[in-house]
Design a protein around this ligand. Structure first.
Ligand code: ADP
Length: 394
């Protein structure tokens, strides 16, 4: 009987999953990838097999499938029906926050769960869902080993200087510091560069993870030395619905002068800002690229402007730049955004090869470019599966 690893990534209204073959020490391959989305509104389970064919596409009413635990039951049904010959050997979870100390994945124990719950105030919109998925597995299959893989862990190699805010020091000790996120994505890219782009793998690299959430990370010799995201995933670049870095005085103004509540401000910062807020059209980059609206163009121009500001800052942190790597939904798929970014970064020594850019590289800079540019698809689920296999000794 073959053994499989289930990878779970629980969001507020979705439960993404991947099923990996666990056996042997060879390359891990995904046998199925899917998600239950629309929890609380219009639940739907959709999954594809290794060949990309849809293996299940099912919908429910909200009352039939209301929460993560029920979503997990449906994934279990899928496992039993489509992968009947396989034994589930363990579950790996994406957990957004590992706090100041966890710099590596963690085997879940009751003590570990208590500790992870203390990080809920640091990521109130994400951490509770991640922990709910772990609890749901515990209840359904208490004997199954589970592993938490943190989005913050990869950044724990950063210097204290890079993690500080200029607040009274006691707040640093109380946990108000730059954590950085998208760590599983950056770790995957750092692990992949020796194969895809060996000439830059040990160099000074900035990776731009441009998805609905977006951030950038300065990596030297495979380790994180700086990141655009900080205490929360609101910092840094402008994103689909989040503003990114902004004057904290704006928040005081909104609270004190505009009479907004903390909840209103939170809603605006997480859900109504960024590409959506500026364009007034939406947060999907494809829609904005196809639009003639001046506000869509303005939103894209600001998105690119902010990437370049951050690129300059992270290049300074690295003391120079050898390569820029694009990844995630926009980074991997939008030749237009990559071209705009690289054109603005010419001064840094990036010379784009337009044809290579249209084909998504992997190398998209000219042969003579002093600083090279690349497209490297990310795979956070595979990173979680690797950690889970290693930690469980599978
Ligand atoms: P997340 O995993 O954070 O939800 P993704 O990494 O999947 O996000 O990225 C989603 C973003 O990628 C969306 O803004 C979407 O518009 C964008 N995207 C996907 N494909 C393309 C494309 N071909 N051109 C431009 N943007 C794209």
């Amino acid at each position: 009987m073959g053994r499989v690893i289930l990878v779970l990534n629980a969001g507020s209204s979705s439960l993404k999953f991947s099923i990996f073959e666990a056996g042997g020490c060879g390359v891990l391959s995904a046998m199925a990838v899917g998600q239950v989305e629309g929890l609380g509104t219009a639940p739907r389970l959709k999954a594809r097999g290794a060949d990309g064919q849809v293996i299940v596409d099912q919908r429910w009413t909200t009352s039939e499938l209301a929460n993560h635990a029920q979503a997990l039951q449906e994934i279990a049904v899928l496992l039993r029906s489509r992968f009947a010959g396989q034994e589930l050997a363990g579950v790996g979870h994406r957990v957004v926050h590992g706090g100041p100390d966890y710099s590596a994945p963690l085997l879940i124990t009751p003590q570990a769960m208590e500790k992870l719950a203390t990080f809920v105030p640091l990521a109130p919109l994400h951490q509770p869902h991640n922990l709910a998925a772990i609890r749901a597995v515990q209840e359904a299959r208490p004997e199954l080993p589970q592993v938490a893989c943190f989005d913050t862990a990869f950044h724990r190699t950063q210097d204290t200087v890079a993690q500080l805010y200029g607040l009274p020091y006691e707040y640093y000790e109380r946990g108000i510091r730059r954590y950085g996120f998208h760590g599983l994505s950056y770790e995957y890219i750092a692990a992949t560069l020796p194969d895809v782009a060996p000439e830059i793998a040990a160099g000074r690299v900035v990776v731009a993870h441009l998805g609905s959430g977006a951030s950038m990370c300065a990596i030297r010799d495979g380790r994180s030395v700086g990141s655009s995201m900080g205490f929360t995933a609101l910092d840094g670049l402008m994103m689909g619905t989040r503003p990114g870095n902004m004057d904290p005085g704006i928040i005081l103004y909104l609270l004190q002068q505009e009479g907004m509540s903390a909840r209103d401000v939170e809603n605006m910062l997480y859900k109504r800002s960024g590409l959506l807020g500026l364009s007034g059209i939406g947060n999907d980059m494809r829609v904005l690229q196809d639009s003639d609206s001046p506000r869509a163009r303005l939103a894209i121009a600001h998105f690119v402007y902010r990437i370049n500001r951050e690129l300059g800052g992270l290049a300074a942190v690295l003391g120079g730049l050898d390569a820029l790597v694009f990844t995630a939904g926009i980074g991997e798929n939008s030749a237009h955004i990559r071209r705009l970014v690289c054109e603005q970064a010419r001064w840094l020594g990036i010379d784009l090869d337009p044809a290579a850019n249209e084909q998504a590289g992997p190398r998209i800079s000219s042969a003579g470019s002093r600083v090279s540019a690349w497209v490297v698809p990310t795979n956070e689920e595979l990173m979680i599966a690797r950690h889970t296999r290693k930690l469980l000794g599978l």
